[in-house]
Design a protein around this ligand. Structure first.
Ligand code: ADP
Ligand code: 5GP
Length: 186
């Protein structure tokens, strides 16, 4: 079967990580792309698993070597998708990239055959609950992330598919169907 590059975005706390990680665990033919970042690891994050944690100098060097499919700055840190990882992985499997809206639109420009998927929250209140429930950001960081919400959701028309993450199992199945090219938007 043809391998697809699936680009998943949506507001912080909407459940992207949970959906993508569960799908990748369940399907041997799907892998998640590991991005590079200059931010510090959160507790439990492992270099090469959640991200490749780079210094600003290393990140700049890789920009100059044209090593990123796309990259951007968020909250004072750089994040980028390594071209080499995606190219190699696509030979064997479908690849899921979890990136922000601007990064997703850039990735689509670089890889027009990629499929853009937005994960949307059932409501703003529920999104706030999930973001504070996760407990990994300070109140200020949460506000910072919520401030981008309107912009992010306003870009949904540029996406190939929108999945509302209300019931987690349904959302995982929807993404799995998109990987197989047999999802019909409700
Ligand atoms: P993101 O990767 O989009 O920032 P996470 O995957 O970290 O979001 O999810 C944020 C929080 O919301 C986590 O605590 C997660 O367990 C919870 N969550 C994810 N999906 C659902 C869902 N469908 N219903 C309820 N809680 C959810
Ligand atoms: P976090 O610090 O919560 O892991 O991620 C912060 C933001 O960076 C999220 O919006 C996430 O989607 C985005 N991000 C993660 N990896 C990449 C990447 O490779 N490229 C871009 N452009 N954004 C990324």
């Amino acid at each position: 079967m043809e391998h697809r590059l699936i680009v998943v975005s949506g507001p912080s706390g909407v459940g992207k990580g949970t959906i993508v990680k569960t799908l990748v665990k369940r399907r041997a033919d799907v892998v998640e792309s590991v991005s590079c970042t200059t931010r510090l690891p959160r507790e439990g994050e492992v270099h090469g698993r959640e991200y490749y944690f780079l210094t600003k100098e290393e990140f700049s060097r890789r920009i100059s070597e044209d090593d990123f499919l796309e990259y951007d700055e968020h909250f004072g840190n750089f994040y980028g998708t390594p071209k080499s990882f995606v190219r190699e992985a696509l030979k064997e499997k479908s690849v899921v990239l979890e990136i922000d809206v601007v990064g997703a639109l850039n990735a689509k420009k670089a890889f027009p055959e990629s499929v853009l998927v937005m994960i949307a929250p059932p409501s703003v209140e529920e999104l706030k609950r999930r973001l504070s429930g996760r407990g990994s950001e300070t109140a200020e960081e949460i506000e910072n992330r919520l401030s981008r919400l309107d912009y992010e959701l306003s870009q949904r028309d540029k996406y190939d598919y929108v999945i509302v993450n209300d019931d987690l199992e349904e959302a995982i199945q929807d993404l799995s169907d998109i990987v197989d090219g047999r999802y019909s938007q409700k």
